[in-house]
Write a protein of this length. Structure first.
Length: 352
């Protein structure tokens, strides 16, 4: 049976770093699915992705927890879905129970590896299904929490390949672009070290680090210490339209994380025909095919990162070939249309 009404429970909506939630909701609306969003916290950011306003999603969001039950009863969803196994999944379990409708939740990364709820297995058992964004995540959920493999569905996040697409030539000097939250798990000091090594070898480039977070101060200090002020820019937080423009002028995308679920930023880069150099952690090898759509390096290895970046910066023919393959891969396996097809199919099975 087709699903027409879905309630979402999230920590904060909208949130700049969680474009995957906004993209999912926008595509559901495009398909004619009615959505209600219950946000456990009010947003604190002044910036907002343009698609949120275009789809009128804030008008479909409830922030008053005391009013959640009433809003849900009025909306009458067929299924409740939460993003993250933490507080949102607990709230979905409780509220869906009141309505006597099934709930599902998507586990992403920190809620599996670094800060999982103590009762993850119980939440998974109560859910109609657990969604996660990579096979690496799924294996961890099965092995660490004892969730039956048949109860876990891998549905990677997707990007809008009509919005994120190649357009024009890379900028000169060639740009290394990294879109990431400035938090410890992203290990962005590694990128600064690699850029210092590139400069010492006479490689021409400019690096742009896009995003914000609590590590900004220490990254600015490291940039100053490494004398990278002229070649390494901390851009700050930007909207999705601006991210598209940055990817379309980039030569190489990079991500230096110590842990990842499935990075949407590298999907966006690939959709724009930009090859990636990334650490081989979590779900990254499921997205970046080493030597085909980009290059993978060991986590924490600044010299390997610098060597891989240098290869793509110096050999534009190889970079172009990998970038074209990355675009094809994202179109085939990581489009938002394909992601929502799989979500709707899952919910139809749950309701059947």
């Amino acid at each position: 049976m087709s699903v027409r009404r879905v309630a979402y429970i999230v920590n904060t909506f909208p949130k700049l770093s969680e474009t995957f939630i906004a993209n999912e909701l926008v595509e559901l609306r495009r398909r004619g699915v009615e959505v209600l969003i219950l946000s456990l916290r009010s947003p604190t950011e002044s910036l907002q992705h343009e698609i949120v306003a275009e789809a009128g999603l804030v008008q479909r969001t409830v922030y008053d927890r005391a009013g959640f039950s009433t809003a849900l009863r009025t909306f009458a969803p067929e299924v409740v879905h939460a993003h993250f196994a933490t507080e949102p999944a607990a709230a979905a379990w409780e509220l869906a129970g009141e309505l006597r409708v099934p709930f599902t939740f998507t586990a992403h990364g920190h809620d599996i590896y670094r800060r999982p709820p103590a009762d993850f297995a119980l939440r998974a058992a109560r859910a109609a299904a657990v969604v996660t964004v990579s096979w690496a995540n799924a294996r961890t959920i099965v092995e660490r929490f004892g969730v039956p493999a048949a109860h876990v569905r891998v549905i990677a996040s997707g990007v809008d390949t009509s919005r994120f697409r190649p357009d024009g030539a890379p900028a000169s000097p060639p740009r290394i672009v990294c879109v990431a939250r400035l938090v410890p798990v992203k290990n962005l000091g590694l990128l600064l070290e690699a850029c210092a090594a590139l400069r010492s070898r006479g490689v021409e480039f400019r690096a742009l680090l896009v995003g914000d977070g609590r590590c900004r101060g220490e990254l600015e200090e490291a940039r100053q210490r490494l004398a990278l002020g002229e070649t390494f820019e901390l851009v700050g937080a930007v909207t999705q339209h601006q991210v598209v423009s940055l990817w379309q002028r980039a030569a190489v995308a990079t991500l230096t994380s110590d842990s990842e679920g499935m990075p949407v930023s590298l999907m966006e880069a690939g959709a724009c025909g930009v090859p990636a150099v990334a650490t081989a952690v979590g779900g990254v090898p499921e997205l970046v095919d080493d030597g085909i759509t980009g290059l993978l390096v060991p986590a924490g290895d600044a010299s390997a990162l610098a060597a891989a970046l240098e290869r793509l910066l110096r050999d534009r023919e190889v970079a172009a070939r990998l970038g074209a393959a990355a675009r094809c891969r994202v179109e085939r396996s990581f489009s938002i249309a394909g992601q929502v097809d799989r979500l709707l199919s899952l919910w139809s099975e749950v309701l059947a």
